[in-house]
Design a protein around this ligand. Structure first.
Ligand SMILES: Nc1ncnc2c1ncn2[C@@H]1O[C@H](COP(=O)(O)OP(=O)(O)O)[C@@H](O)[C@H]1O
Ligand SMILES: C[C@@](O)(CCOP(=O)(O)OP(=O)(O)O)CC(=O)O
Length: 493
């Protein structure tokens, strides 16, 4: 049996810090999702040597063959028989193999390619909207219904036609593909991935950021790639100048001096963050859609024109975003200090509306700080929403449009819902909620089920849940084929 290397990378939700995170003075709170992209790589002796075959079996017309020439310089070229193009995949191969030759030498990479490479890419169903499939199956729009859809379900469309849900498919795809190549070609040892912030992971990060920027033709904040590599965290962006010399179309200089983890010009910061125990993020895809780049363009134009107003708003929002992150982290601490009382407090909070949480004169003293922290998290997240809405009103951009406000207000007023908002750039396409997820609860009375009841019957917008939770695994992960349900069969389709 040929060796198969599988690396997965999670999707993302920016719960606070949209727009601010584009500026290195501010940071964003990014949660990584249990939904992942998987890249499986194995030798394929039946193909011509120096050939790379990449397949995305969830899509129509999604097999791409490439020839690899390593000297005098690395050149990966799509073969004439390909019936579609994939710029993201092509650039990932080109730059990862170039970096591999710089680090391992041309002979080692030639040897690896002599048996040809077969690469399969699949993404969890959450990355693509399952609304029409649920409709076709006659199933209600609930998380339980989603679990009846087979893993890595074929989308029955071409990649260019698929309805994405906003979890950052291109960032997770690029990260899993480039990291799988680095591991398969022994550029980074498998074991280096067990270190959350070691050199191997940092090299994988720098490469994935660079490839993603070239593929997108622009340097964004990079929070999506960073979440794919490092998992949930507080992200402060890298200065774009670090990769500027690699972004031009001219002959590329060497990659390693720029992408090396010891290059101090990579000034991004990754600080610890995770959601509190016994809470769960809930995500929904809203069937309307917004174009992130056009929202970003308008907001940044307004910020430039009205810099005094904007600076005040950015500073205020940043304080709120940081307080939200710290309050949620504080809840984790309270849990670790006193797990029993924490569990009881979550149970209590789960049954009541947020306005009632800290109004109970009979609350046991040990639970008070926990309930108080939940109340604070609720209040701060509501203030974040209101400031983001203001940003939209000032800049003439629908960051939290009225339709989303109505939906969020209803969800957030349900018992046991801590808070929520529009993720990332906002707009019409998605919402996130943080709900309590108590250890035990009467059937039908969990905050999750309450929210699902609203979503599945909501009329003004068509709201379809995602099944994602937070991934506590720190970003890219080495997988074994047999442990991922459905993966083995995708490798052989
Ligand atoms: N399953 C997949 N297989 C191969 N390429 C993919 C897959 N999913 C996404 N891509 C690549 O990512 C591109 C989408 O990028 P983009 O529109 O920026 O997505 P996103 O908003 O999800 O980041 C596609 O054109 C394709 O090149
Ligand atoms: C505005 C932003 O700060 C956040 C955008 O976050 P989204 O999660 O909305 O992004 P897309 O996946 O590209 O739609 C832009 C950025 O940081 O790049």
């Amino acid at each position: 049996m040929p060796r198969t290397t599988v690396i997965s990378a999670p999707g993302k939700v920016l719960i606070a810090g949209g727009y601010l995170v584009l500026d290195p003075a501010y940071s964003g709170v990014v949660v990584s999702t249990s939904s992942r992209f998987y890249t499986a790589l194995r030798d394929e002796p039946s193909l011509k040597p120096d050939t790379i075959r990449v397949r995305s079996p969830q899509f129509i017309d999604a097999t791409w063959l490439y020839s690899a020439v390593l000297e005098p310089s690395v050149l990966i070229e799509p073969l004439g028989e390909n019936s579609s193009k994939n710029k993201f995949v092509h650039l990932a191969l080109q730059h990862t193999l170039s970096l591999a030759v710089e680090i391992k030498g041309v002979d080692a990479v030639r040897e690896a390619l002599s048996r040809a490479l077969d690469i399969t890419i699949v993404g969890d169903n959450d990355f693509y909207s399952q609304r029409s499939r649920l409709e076709a199956l006659g199933l209600p729009r609930t998380i339980k219904s989603l679990s009846s859809i087979p893993p890595f379900c074929p989308t029955e469309v071409r990649l260019s036609e698929v309805h994405k849900t906003g979890l950052g498919s291109s960032a997770a795809l690029i990260t899993s593909l480039t990291s799988a190549l680095l591991v398969h070609l022994s550029v980074i040892p498998e074991a280096s991935l067990s270190d959350d912030s070691g050199e191997g992971r940092r090299l994988a990060h720098n490469l994935a950021q660079f490839v993603h920027c070239v593929a997108q033709g622009k340097v964004g904040s990079g929070f999506d790639v960073s979440a794919a590599v490092f998992g949930s965290h507080l992200y402060t962006r890298f200065g774009p100048s670090v990769i500027q010399e690699l972004m031009s179309d001219d002959a590329l200089p060497k990659l390693l001096p720029v992408l090396s983890p010891s290059n101090n010009a990579w000034d991004y910061r990754v600080e610890n963050f995770k959601l509190p125990p016994y809470t769960r993020i809930m995500l929904a895809d809203v069937d309307a859609g917004s174009d992130t780049p056009s929202l970003v363009g308008k907001v940044l134009k307004w910020r430039k024109e009205k810099s005094i107003e904007a600076d005040a708003l950015w500073k205020h929002l940043d304080q709120l975003n940081q307080s939200l992150a710290q309050t949620l982290l504080h809840l984790s601490k309270l849990h670790d200090q006193d797990p029993e009382n924490y569990k009881n407090a979550v149970k209590y909070v789960s049954s009541l509306h947020s306005v009632q949480w800290d109004a109970n004169p009979l609350q046991p003293a040990e639970e008070l700080p926990i309930v108080k922290a939940f109340s604070e998290a609720h209040e701060i997240s509501q203030e974040v929403r209101s400031k983001m809405k203001q940003m939209g009103d000032f800049s003439g951009v629908p960051i939290e449009p009225a339709e989303q406000t109505r939906l969020l207000d209803i969800c957030i007023s349900l018992p046991g819902v801590v808070g929520g908002g529009v993720p990332g750039a906002g707009g019409y396409d998605a919402i996130w909620l943080l709900v309590c997820d108590p250890a035990s609860c009467k059937p039908d009375q969990t905050p999750l089920q309450r929210v699902e009841r609203i979503w599945s019957t909501y009329k003004e917008l068509n709201v379809s849940p995602l099944s994602s939770k937070e991934s506590l695994a720190k970003g890219i992960r080495l997988e074994s084929v047999d442990e991922i349900p459905g993966l083995a069969s995708m490798l052989n389709t």
